[in-house]
Design a protein around this ligand. Structure first.
Ligand SMILES: NC(=O)c1ccc[n+]([C@@H]2O[C@H](COP(=O)([O-])OP(=O)(O)OC[C@H]3O[C@@H](n4cnc5c(N)ncnc54)[C@H](OP(=O)(O)O)[C@@H]3O)[C@@H](O)[C@H]2O)c1
Length: 225
């Protein structure tokens, strides 16, 4: 039995990833606050607030009831709000850091005892905003740059485990993430979820002797700004 953890499994990319992994034979432990209607014997819909240390610990206690081996980790949960920096509240800024930076820190902190040396693959859904500054998303940019820093540091700390780390840097993708951001950005200039999944599935199903440290991919028309 191959086990996967997917954070943010209730919507968008996380939900599509979850369905695809179940279809491929993985047992999936999906974490989110709102959960999903998805029902399958190989899917465990587990409550998770990635910003809460207690909630992340409880999530892993649930996983531990079934397995101590996690083959695949999809670090995906995240938020993004658009606002000029001077109009953004401190609470909103801090929520981005709590979700997109502290969240992955808590995920990785609780993961170590589930790692399979030479086997576990950790795929992080970062963003072009982890490497490239966009206007009106300073909080998102800061939180995703920070997340990348955590992963780059941890990769060296866990060198002896011989894991695979894949950092994905997609451009804009048409998911519910954009629903609250108004009509300014045409969805036709975004990748489709199916475009994202074609890259994701290529990586997940590639021979385990190959590693993909970093992959940037975006709509052929370029960065959305
Ligand atoms: N869409 C894009 O253009 C794009 C581009 C590049 C990278 N990304 C990244 O892709 C990832 C997924 O985004 P998406 O587009 O699929 O967005 P989405 O449809 O809004 O999904 C976000 C997911 O994150 C979960 N989440 C948010 N806060 C959480 C919390 N405190 N605890 C646990 N789960 C939480 C949500 O679940 P609940 O609300 O149920 O908790 C939801 O399942 C994010 O990291 C995003 O930064 C997206």
């Amino acid at each position: 039995m191959k086990c996967a953890i997917v954070t943010g499994s209730s919507s968008g990319l996380g939900l599509e990833i979850t369905k695809s992994l179940i279809y491929s034979g993985y047992t999936v432990f999906g974490g989110s606050r709102s959960g999903t209607d998805l029902e399958h014997e190989n899917f465990y819909d587990v409550e998770l607030d990635i910003t809460s240390e207690e909630s992340v610990e409880e999530f892993f206690e649930t996983v531990r009831e079934f397995t101590s081996d996690v083959h695949l980790v999809i670090n995906n949960a995240g938020i993004c709000e658009m606002s000029p920096l001077v109009e953004m509240s401190m609470e909103a800024f801090e929520l981005h850091l709590a979700t997109n930076t502290v969240g992955p820190f808590l995920l990785f902190k609780n993961l170590e005892s589930f790692l399979i040396p030479g086997e576990t693959h950790i795929i992080s859904i970062l963003s072009t905003a982890s490497q490239y500054g966009y206007p009106n998303v300073s909080a998102y940019n800061a939180s995703k740059f920070g997340q990348l820093g955590i992963i780059q540091s941890l990769k060296k700390e866990w060198k002896d485990h011989k894991l695979r780390f894949t950092n994905l840097f997609p451009g804009a993708i048409d998911t519910p993430l954009w629903d609250k951001m108004g009509p300014k950005f045409g969805r036709d200039k975004m990748l489709k979820t199916s475009d994202f999944m074609s890259v994701f599935n290529f990586i997940v199903h590639a021979p385990s002797t190959i590693q993909f440290p970093e992959i940037t991919f975006l709509h052929r028309d370029g960065y959305l700004e």
